[in-house]
Structure formats: C-alpha cells, structure tokens
Design a protein around this ligand. Structure first.
Ligand code: ATP
Ligand code: MG
Length: 407
C-alpha cells in the first residue's frame, strides 16, 4: 500500500467571522498553531476553504500525528482536529487512504463516508464517491457497519484542486478565538486553583494574557513563584500566556498590617495589588485586569469588597469565574492541567499577615480614609522597580518598545 502524506485538518466554527475579520482570524490561528508545533515535522500550514491543513513530513509516524493533534486541539480557536492523509485525486488512492485513515480512528462499530468536491472539474460527484469509497471500506472492514445517522466515525473525503484529503480520526478542540484577536489583559495570577482558570478563559476569548504574581518574599520563601512558573508552563503549552511579572510584596503587606485596622488589611493589600497591576497594564498596553474571584467564595469576594477594590483602579476588571462554583472551577482546572500544581501548598502573600476577622462589607469611605495614611505613590514606584519578568512562548505577543511602554 502506498505511503501517503499525513495531515491534520483544523476546523473552527465561530459564527460572525465574515469578510476581513475572517482572514485576520485565520492568519492569527495559523501563526499560533505554527508556534506550538516547532518540535514537530511540519512541512507547511495552508488555509483551505474554512479550515487549516497542517501537512506533516512524509514518513511521520501515527504517534507523532496523534501528539500533534493533541496539542492543536488545546489551541484557542480550534473547534475540531481531524487526522488523515493527502493523496492523489484518483478513486483508487482515495480508497486506500480511507482504509488507512479508518484503521487509525480508534474503537468504533459504525461509520459512514462524507465526500465533497471543492473542485467540480473532478468527474465523480459526491454521492458516487460516498458509494465507491464506502464499498472499499466495507470490504476492508467486514465486521463494521455502515450507519447514516450518528455513526461512530465519519470518513471525510475532500477533493481539492490538485489532491484529495481523506481523514477519519477526529478530536474536539477547546473552541473560542485565537489568542491575539482580542487585545491584551493583565491577569492577577496566584498559585491557587482559580486564577489560572480565569486567565485561560480570557485566552480562549482571544486575549493575550500577561500574568502578575504577588509573592510574599522576602517575608516568605519563593515557593509560590515556582508554582506560578509551573502553571505558566502549562498555559504556555497552548499559547495562553506571554509573560509573568513577579512582584515581591511581603514587606509592603507588613507595612500595611502595621498601619491600617486589621479588618481592612485584605482590602488594602488587594487595592495595592490592583494599582500595581494597572501600572503594568499601562506598560504593556493592556485594556483590562482579570482575577479568579467568584462571588461570595471568601471574605474578600463580597459585592461591597469587590466594589472597594475595583475603585482602586480606573480600568475594567474582568472576573470570568464570578458566577461559577468551586466544583466547576476544579473541573476546568483539571481540563487545563493546573489542578495538581495549584493543590500544592505554598505560602504566598495570601497567607501572610491575615487578620482574624476580615471586613466582609467594607465601606469605601472607611477604606479611603485608612489608605490616605499610606505613602502609596512611593510604594508603587518602588514595587515597579522591583518586578521581575519571566517570558513564555506566545506567538501572538510582541513586547512593546520602551518608548511606547513609557506613554
Ligand atoms: P485563587 O485560587 O486564584 O488564588 P482564591 O480563591 O484563593 O483564588 P483570593 O485569594 O481571594 O481567592 O484571590 C482572589 C483573586 O485575587 C485571585 O483569583 C487572583 O486573581 C488574585 N490574587 C490573589 N492572590 C494573588 C497573588 N498572590 N498574586 C496575584 N494575584 C493574586
Ligand atoms: Mg488565593
């Protein structure tokens, strides 16, 4: 049997992608997929009628193709990845490619063929192709059944200008929009369960995510920073994070704990975090902050406290998890692959100088009065001098030039 070239067909299905938007979206998706397949034997990636086609080198193994498809499916913007072969435009080749593709589709009992001609200069029409390729498959897989409605596997056959694509194995993608199609955001990233998920949700809507982590250092060890680095590496695997700013925050929390009433400490820590994050957003040209809060989960996540922290900045603060509960967040963290990392304990600034009875219904006036005693401008400047930047691979991100960032 001849060896055909392996391909992965990448489907996307966001509605409303018309005209100019569509080609911007497709080009972005090509770059993002390309950036993540650096270690794979990819010849090229083409855009073909509403899909992308990733061409793998001749001789690529089944396992390598499966591994590539596993990465592609996690890339924001990808709805489905089908794997199979490119073959010559003859019915005989298509039949052979279909046998190989179906043989690699995994466990199944029923199948059908769905053929289509993107070029009508091919003489056989799609009904006829369905019948002919179907007959070849029935002979090769006599124990399997043909089923028109809801078969286990659909064998796709597509005839294009100079070739045909035949595929059967198909896995679902995470959907959404390609990273880089919806601007930049700054995500407050702890080593906890929620914030990595919040960041991921925003990346899935097309935002380039820049993390900011507040470490308890030098009042605590740097353990939380390592966990955040591990989390960032997971997000990097699907192009969902570009860089992380680490801010040594422990000394400032200590100062706050000495200068403001215990019940308002947490709100004050958080307001300062937001102010630092806002400055980083300005540097990066980001349009919003993102947190992993969900309503009522802990004392700082009441409506009043959310209002009191939001008032510290004058940019939108997104909370993609606000209406979800912990079980749902844990499910998402497992799907993302950060749950195990986030379940490890590390002292960070969250555990430092915590009051016994935090305010759950803070009044903004009281907060502002307490904050007026703090040398905030001075602190902000010092904190921004102390940030450490860690970069991650993200094809959709380019650092801004110094002059731009200063604006
Ligand atoms: P998470 O699991 O994301 O840590 P949480 O349930 O522990 O959330 P909080 O500790 O109240 O909740 O934090 C709420 C949000 O504030 C977090 O989701 C995150 O966005 C941000 N945040 C908290 N601590 C830090 C930190 N050390 N560095 C950066 N952001 C933080
Ligand atoms: Mg936390």
């Amino acid at each position: 049997m001849p060896e055909f070239q392996r391909i992965c067909l990448v489907h996307y299905h966001e509605i409303g992608l018309k005209g100019h938007n569509r080609s911007v979206f497709e080009k972005r998706l090509v770059k993002n997929v390309e950036g993540l397949l650096g270690d794979f034997p990819v010849v090229t990636i083409h855009r073909i009628s509403g899909r992308l086609c990733v061409f793998l080198k001749e001789g690529t193994s089944y396992q390598t193709m499966v591994d590539a498809a596993e990465i592609i499916r996690t890339v924001p913007g990808v709805a489905r990845v089908s794997s199979g072969y490119k073959c010559p435009r003859s019915l005989e080749s298509m039949g052979q490619a279909a046998i190989s593709a179906l043989g690699e589709a995994g466990e199944f009992a029923t199948f059908k063929v769905a053929a289509r001609r993107n070029h009508t200069n091919f003489e056989t029409n799609s009904m006829e192709m369905n019948r002919l390729v179907g007959a070849v498959l029935c002979e090769a897989f006599p124990e399997k059944g043909v089923k028109m409605k809801d078969p286990d596997v659909v064998v796709g056959v597509e005839v294009v200008e100079n070739a045909a694509y035949v595929y059967a194995r198909s896995v679902r993608g995470i959907g959404g929009l390609p990273v880089g199609s919806a601007g930049r955001v700054v995500c407050l990233l702890s080593s906890g369960i929620d914030s990595p998920v919040a960041c991921w949700r925003m990346a899935r809507r097309g935002a380039v995510c820049i993390g900011v982590h507040f470490s308890g250092r030098p009042q605590t060890s740097d353990a939380s920073e390592w966990l955040v680095d591990d989390i960032a590496h997971v997000l990097e695997g699907s192009g969902c994070i570009a860089r992380v700013y680490v801010v040594p925050f422990g000394d400032y929390q200590r100062e706050i704990s000495l200068l403001v009433p215990p019940s308002l400490r947490i709100i004050m820590y958080r307001r300062l975090m937001f102010k630092v994050a806002q400055q980083i957003a300005a540097r990066e040209g980001a349009g919003a902050l993102v947190t992993g809060e969900s309503l009522g989960q802990v004392a700082s996540q009441t409506l009043e406290n959310i209002r009191a922290t939001d008032a510290a900045v004058d940019m939108p603060v997104f909370r993609p998890l606000i209406g979800t509960d912990k079980i749902e967040i844990i499910d998402m963290a497992q799907q993302l692959g950060t749950f195990e990392i986030s379940s490890q304990d590390a002292p960070d600034c969250c555990t430092l100088f915590m009051p016994r009875a935090p305010e759950t219904h803070a009044k903004l006036d009281d907060v502002l009065a307490a904050e007026a005693k703090l040398p905030l401008d001075e602190w902000l400047e010092e904190l921004l001098q102390k940030v450490e930047i860690h970069d991650y691979r993200c094809a959709a991100y380019k650092p801004r030039k110094k002059a731009q960032a200063a604006q």
